[in-house]
Design a protein around this ligand. Structure first.
Ligand code: ADP
Ligand code: ZN
Length: 745
């Protein structure tokens, strides 16, 4: 027998199948992780067996050297998935395969954890052994302890009781008084259970659960869009749908945004499903990640909850995938392969003959469009559970505040609501949208803005460090005493940050305890969990934060949400700015009044009449959608078109520029030829220019932005671009092709 092997080297030149002979007696099957001799000097390399075949086309075939893990590490279904990803995302086969296994498994950097355990042989007369050990007190003590434990005792446990037990155990084993075993243990992340009652489902919930179960049964890879307002009980729908799926002897994956993978979320699932749950996210240690993955692969877990990459979890009886907060941009990978978790999930449930559920209070424009067209099946939860109302939203015009002489961070209305909330002993969340609103440093006299020396980006002032920092490359600079340009002492920081908001709260309410959550306070491992549970326990009355506090949390005592500046992302140069602003405002508003206490939201803005602010005030997704889809149609923005971006970066400014411009000219000619006469209007845009952030870390950046009309020719057009890119990727130090880029700069 022969095996086709993908060698674990990420290079275009070797990204193909190599044939190896399977030596007599080596139990190799498809999916095995193997060692093979490769290249000059037959250096040992790792690889994946992707197919078996009875013969080889040429005589000089090397042997597979070794099997690394006893069991195949990738499933046949995953090999096919990797093949599909290679095509769809224009990545290396091996890069796709690498996503299917824990990173540390490669290079054999992680091993199973074994512990030595000992026990007393069956039928032993313990009393006579103890008598025999009279002259060896340490051994006697250890033996007594093992007897007391009664079952298998692990060496770490014995050593914890009596440090230095190992020698005594060895002696006891030699004498035959103890028999020893070694046992594999699974390192598991902290197990928290959060009691969740089994509610009687509302009618809408019941209908949704029913439809999903039918979808799993049908097995046609149906996609459901579960559109439910904040607090409508989507999680309960997920839990029941999974119960039904398990009852059908199938398994499930739940994807949630990394940021909401809190102990609370995991706790709700663990409470319902216990040990059948496996958790995968980036805060696990390498050992925990490896062991959780193995529990899934070996069939010890039936439900996987995790962030984006958990979509690749190796479940063999997959029936259902759920993607919560499906509109989140974190479901698109930012590194190669740049896959979209939703697309991969749709592909997997199709192959596995199951169903996919996309859930959100604010579905992406794309998903809702597909639901309206009948491509997805729309399930709706229009009301909050238990007759709870949506929070009331008040919009405050900050221009009026200024005119009335209030130039503080808080409007009179927000101050008033805050003091009511605090007096009633309830909790508040204050949200600052930091994106597009960094605390930059500039001169009031000449307008000079302090920028990074390496990047074309203004420096952000960090009060706790009393210096400025570049958020792209991390460079730091002191706050200058005078303006480097006009030499006047009027250089100061502007904008609002979480620190200023916290200060303002303390000034108004000196006795109130606050917590602050932003990238600065979240550097340490575990700090996120610590802070959230402190707020949950009521150790502070006000939580101040950025995007991180907007999503998913369910704090029953929060009755007020204040949005300090609602419109900061509204005018970013990105066609998704209105959509993202609406999503963010709706999500953050949805944190208020989730339990029995009604909620209030105060939205501070400079553009109170902007349609997006009006829709957010009404928390009216459907009207927002119809307004925004009309805008997109006018401008032929996605979903009516597709953006592609190619970034060129080089330390040599001229080289980046020339590479980009030459590439653009040649690509345009090729694209036009490929589109032909029929498709000559499909190419809506192809511009080559300096990138909006023209320098990062000393690299000059240029970019080509392409906009293609969505027609039946789109696939071919994209293929033309990717093939062209393959042939021309070496034109400067770095080139990167992005299909549907999440950021435009
Ligand atoms: P969503 O994810 O849609 O924002 P959640 O699933 O977090 O909403 O549910 C909001 C709250 O309502 C939670 O505290 C949940 O325990 C509760 N809940 C869910 N379903 C029901 C129900 N059928 N009856 C009563 N309470 C429910
Ligand atoms: Zn920088």
């Amino acid at each position: 027998m022969f095996a086709e092997v993908i060698v674990d080297i990420a290079h275009t030149a070797v990204d193909r199948r190599f044939t190896y002979r399977i030596p007599e007696g080596l139990p190799v099957s498809v999916g095995h992780h193997v060692l093979v001799p490769f290249g000059q000097g037959d250096r040992t390399k790792e690889g994946f067996v992707v197919a078996l075949k009875p013969s080889a086309d040429y005589p000089e075939i090397k042997d597979i050297a070794k099997i690394v893990e006893r069991y195949p590490v990738v499933l046949p279904e995953q090999i096919e998935l990797a093949e599909w990803m290679k095509e769809s995302y224009h990545c290396l086969f091996v890069d796709a395969l690498r996503l299917m296994i824990p990173a540390q498994m490669r290079g054999m950097r992680i091993k199973e954890k074994k512990v030595r355990t000992v026990m007393i042989p069956e039928g032993a007369d313990t009393q006579s052994v103890l008598d025999a050990l009279e002259s060896a007190p340490v051994q006697k003590r250890v033996y007594e302890l093992v007897a007391k434990i009664g079952a298998e005792a692990s060496l770490p446990d014995l050593n914890a009781f009596y440090p230095g037990s190992t020698a005594a155990v060895n002696a006891l084993v030699r004498k035959g008084f103890l028999i020893e075993k070694s046992e594999t243990v699974f390192r598991r992340p902290g197990k928290i259970r959060l009691h969740t009652p089994e509610y009687e489902l509302t009618e809408a919930q019941g209908r949704a659960v029913d439809e999903i179960r039918k979808g799993v049964l049908r097995g046609a890879g149906d996609v459901f869009l579960l559109h439910g307002v904040t607090g409508s009980g989507k999680t309960e729908v997920y839990l029941r749908a999974i119960e039904d799926c398990l009852a059908l002897n199938r398994q499930a994956i739940v994807l949630v945004p990394e940021i909401s993978l809190t102990p609370q979320t995991v706790g709700r699932f663990t409470d319902r499903f216990g040990e059948r749950i496996a958790v995968l996210h980036s805060r696990l240690s390498a050992g925990e990640r490896f062991d959780e993955w193995r529990r899934i692969r070996l069939g010890l877990a039936d439900i996987v909850i995790g962030a984006r990459s958990a979509v690749f979890a190796p479940l063999e009886r997959l029936g259902l995938i759920i993607i919560d907060e499906e509109h989140e941009s974190s479901y698109q990978s930012e590194t190669q392969p740049r896959y979209l978790a939703g697309e991969v999930a749709a592909r997997r449930v199709k192959t596995a003959q199951g169903a996919l559920v996309l859930g959100s209070a604010t579905p992406s424009m794309m998903s809702y469009t597909r639901a309206l067209s009948g491509k997805y099946r729309l399930l709706e939860l229009p009301d909050r559970v238990a007759g709870r109302p949506l929070p009331t939203v008040e919009v405050v015009n900050m221009r009026d505040e200024l005119l009335m002489g209030n130039n503080s961070i808080f409007s009179d209305r927000l101050t008033e609501r805050l003091s009511e909330c605090l007096a009633a002993n309830q909790q508040a969340m204050l949200f600052i949208n930091r994106r597009g609103y960094a605390t930059f440093v500039s001169c009031r006299n000449c307008g000079y803005v302090l920028k990074c020396d390496n990047c074309d980006i203004s420096m952000t002032y960090h009060k706790s460090e009393s210096r400025t920092r570049c958020h792209y490359c991390g460079a730091v600079k002191p706050l200058p005493k005078e303006c480097p340009n006009c030499k006047k002492p009027f250089i100061k920081q502007f904008g609002i940050g979480t620190e200023q908001v916290e200060e303002a709260v303390h000034k108004l309410f000196p006795a109130v305890r606050t917590l602050r959550m932003d990238t600065d306070t979240m550097r340490e491992k575990g700090s996120y969990e610590k802070l959230l549970s402190a707020f949950h326990r009521g150790e502070a009355q006000v939580l101040i934060g950025t995007q991180m506090i907007a999503k998913g949390h369910d704090f029953p005592n929060v009755t007020l949400v204040g949005v300090v500046a609602a419109d900061t992302t509204l005018n970013l140069p990105d066609y998704r700015a209105p959509e993202r602003t609406f999503q963010l405002l709706t999500q953050v508003a949805g944190r208020a009044g989730r339990d029995n206490l009604p909620g209030r939201v105060v939205l501070q803005t400079y553009e109170p009449n902007h349609p997006i602010i009006r829709f957010a005030k009404a928390q009216d997704y459907v009207s927002f959608y119809h307004y925004e889809i009309a805008e997109r149609k006018k401008m032929l923005y996605p979903p009516f078109s597709l953006f592609l971006r190619i970034v060129f970066a080089d330390r040599d400014e001229r080289k980046a520029e020339h590479a980009c411009l030459d590439y653009a000219k040649a690509l345009e000619a090729e694209l036009r030829a490929a589109l032909g006469e029929d498709g000559k209007l499909d190419l809506l845009l192809l511009v080559a220019a300096e990138a909006p952030i023209s320098r990062i870390s000393g690299y000059t950046r240029y970019q080509i932005l392409i906009k293609l009309l969505r027609t039946k020719r789109l696939k071919d057009a994209v293929r033309t671009v990717t093939a062209f890119h393959d042939a021309h990727r070496d034109v400067c130090a770095e080139t990167q092709l992005e299909i549907n880029p999440q950021e435009m700069f």
